[in-house]
Design a protein around this ligand. Structure first.
Ligand SMILES: NC(=O)c1ccc[n+]([C@@H]2O[C@H](COP(=O)([O-])OP(=O)(O)OC[C@H]3O[C@@H](n4cnc5c(N)ncnc54)[C@H](O)[C@@H]3O)[C@@H](O)[C@H]2O)c1
Length: 338
């Protein structure tokens, strides 16, 4: 069978082709799935997509009308998929329910250390043989307080590293993670975490309850010299409110691997285009802000696991099986999602 895969990164392509080799042929496209590109999938029973694909009801209808029966999403988050619409259309939707949490946790730390110690500014300077230290002073993290919002798999991995740095640990989640408690984490109300933490990192999924969890009020509660890291989903942060906070000279550093309006920008070369997103353009002007292009998951280990699970999801679909990675199985939503 031939599968069509949308949004395949150059580094990912050989791994994807190799993983399907001997099972199925895979047609790798660098374009992302959206309203305009959905007709390409006509005639493909299985379509694979990545994190910023548009899997709205309209796009799902186009896929279903073209004969698609399964979408194999190559990510954990599925806030881009209209699951009800997929169920109504009788589709199967697979995703990768877990993979190396270390990839994302280590990247969140890379952002935290880079903004704290002004690494990007330092590297730009030394490349120009400017060896001054003006404006490069950071702070010891040892003894300071890390606030981990969401202590699931990635939050726990982040917490272990924070523990290694000798930080005090505050956590917020719907349920306590005993592994984090064992490391000395104290679970506190979210407002208290925002007010007391020196380093705040977000690891909850994007759902209705968590959208704009970091809003103007949360930002106002943070210490003036706090560091904010978001490597989860852009919609967790009210970016306009963040820009206002930064304009007021507050927050020591901000590291963002995700941005609420990233679809259509992240993963593409827009260097020659006019950027019409004024919020992102303003965000880029702050010297203490570091933005990366949703790359936290992008390690050999994590991508390898994502691809292996995607292959297994396709095989499960073809064999009529379901698994913990299936969000919808032939039109059936799991009971918990109904
Ligand atoms: N930047 C990247 O490349 C990248 C890669 C993978 C995952 N992510 C993001 O990281 C997030 C966390 O991943 P994980 O593997 O640690 O997930 P996880 O399911 O192990 O942990 C999520 C935690 O959030 C908590 N939570 C708090 N409020 C919640 C709510 N209202 N609804 C549901 N859960 C709530 C859960 O209880 C859980 O402990 C993912 O949802 C995804 O958005 C980003």
């Amino acid at each position: 069978m031939e599968i069509v895969a949308f949004g395949v990164q150059a580094d990912e392509r050989p791994l994807l082709e190799e993983a399907f080799d001997g099972h199925h042929q895979v047609r790798c496209l660098d374009v992302f799935l959206n309203r305009d590109t959905a007709p390409i999938a006509h005639g493909y029973e299985v379509v694979s997509t990545n994190v910023n694909a548009d899997l709205s009801a309209e796009v799902l209808q186009t896929l279903a009308a073209g004969g698609t029966k399964m979408v194999a999403q190559r990510s954990t988050g599925f806030n881009n998929i209209d699951l009800e619409a997929a169920a109504d259309l009788g589709l199967t939707i697979g995703r990768v329910s877990s993979y190396s949490p270390y990839a994302v946790a280590e990247f969140a730390w890379a952002l935290a250390l880079a903004v704290n110690r002004r690494l990007v500014r330092a590297a730009e300077r030394t490349r120009n043989f400017d060896f001054r230290l003006d404006g490069l002073m950071g702070r010891d993290l040892h003894g300071r307080t890390a606030g981990v919002v969401g202590t699931g798999r990635i939050g726990e991995a982040f917490t272990r590293i924070a523990h290694g740095f000798g930080m005090k640990l505050l956590g917020w989640d719907l349920a306590e993670n005993p592994e984090c408690v064992a490391l000395g984490m104290r679970y506190v109300p979210r407002e208290r975490l925002f007010a007391e933490a020196d380093l705040i990192t977000l690891h909850v999924p994007l759902v209705d309850d968590t959208r704009h969890l970091v809003d103007a009020a949360a930002l106002a509660a943070m210490k003036d010299d706090a560091i904010l890291i978001n490597s989860s989903r852009g919609g967790l942060v009210d970016t306009a409110a963040l820009v206002e906070t930064l304009k007021a000279g507050r927050l020591t550093g901000v590291g963002l691997d995700v941005y609420e309006e990233e679809a259509g920008l992240f993963f593409f070369d827009r260097s020659l285009d006019v950027i019409n997103d004024d919020t992102l353009a303003r965000l880029m002007t702050f010297a203490n802000v570091l933005v990366t292009s949703h790359q936290a998951y992008f390690t050999e280990e994590a991508v390898g696991q994502i691809i292996a699970t995607t292959v297994a999801n396709v095989e499960d679909h073809l064999a009529g099986r379901t698994s913990e990675h299936m969000l919808v199985t032939r039109g059936q939503l799991p009971a918990a999602a109904r």
